[in-house]
Design a protein. Structure first.
Length: 211
């Protein structure tokens, strides 16, 4: 498991895939490989990223390595009845086409064991809400990079209320113009200034929902 985690942190996708295949062949449970190998490696990446010890390119190659390993594991996890930590839908709000920040948060959420539905960019409030209902999401994550589009985040909060799911989902907001004050003003639940903290807060939030 340490070898899988270590290779993932170095972004060695081919070696991660081979090591995951080897671990399966040796009879190690798929859930252990995921938690103690792949997710443990992404935890370290998230920690380093939040401390500015590594940067976006290193996160991208580590996430690619994790995806290669996850693809091998998927059928085995399904057979073992593995349940993701929670389901999140993520997107950049209506009118905004930026996606680097969104993609980083998506990777960090996946690195925490979430199933993540990526809605892309320019996403209307109704799409966030209909996806959350259809896929039973516990987290809706909204990104905006423009002051002119961040108002669309309030629309998502209001749409969740109208649909009657506001108490069933945690709404996470982020992006350059967004602040904790803005998050509180529109009635969203979670704001953090970086992708790694966003994923940590999402985990805490779904635990409070479950509790």
């Amino acid at each position: 498991m340490e070898e899988i985690s270590g290779m993932l942190q170095k972004g060695r996708a081919k070696q991660v895939k081979e090591l995951v295949e080897q671990a399966i062949a040796e009879g190690i449970p798929a859930e252990d490989i995921l938690n103690k190998g792949l997710l443990a490696g992404m935890d370290v990446i998230g920690e380093k990223f939040s401390k500015n010890e590594i940067y976006v390119p290193e996160v991208l190659v580590a996430a690619r390595a994790m995806n290669w390993g996850s693809e091998v594991l998927k059928p085995y996890l399904a057979d073992s009845g593995f349940k993701a930590k929670g389901t999140a839908c993520i997107g950049t709000v209506k009118g905004d086409l930026h996606d680097i920040g969104k993609n980083l948060v998506k990777m960090m959420l996946e690195g925490k064991g979430f199933e993540v539905i990526d809605l892309g960019t320019d996403v209307p409030a109704e799409t966030f809400i209909s996806t959350a209902i259809e896929r039973n999401c516990s987290v809706i994550a909204c990104s905006a990079l423009l002051t002119t589009t961040m108002g669309a985040m309030k629309d998502v909060v209001e749409a969740a209320k109208s649909a009657g799911i506001r108490d069933k989902v945690k709404i996470l907001v982020g992006g350059a113009p967004v602040s904790r004050e803005y998050c509180e003003a529109i009635g969203a639940d979670i704001y953090t200034s970086d992708a790694a903290s966003a994923a940590n807060e999402a985990v805490k939030a779904i635990m409070s929902l479950a509790g």
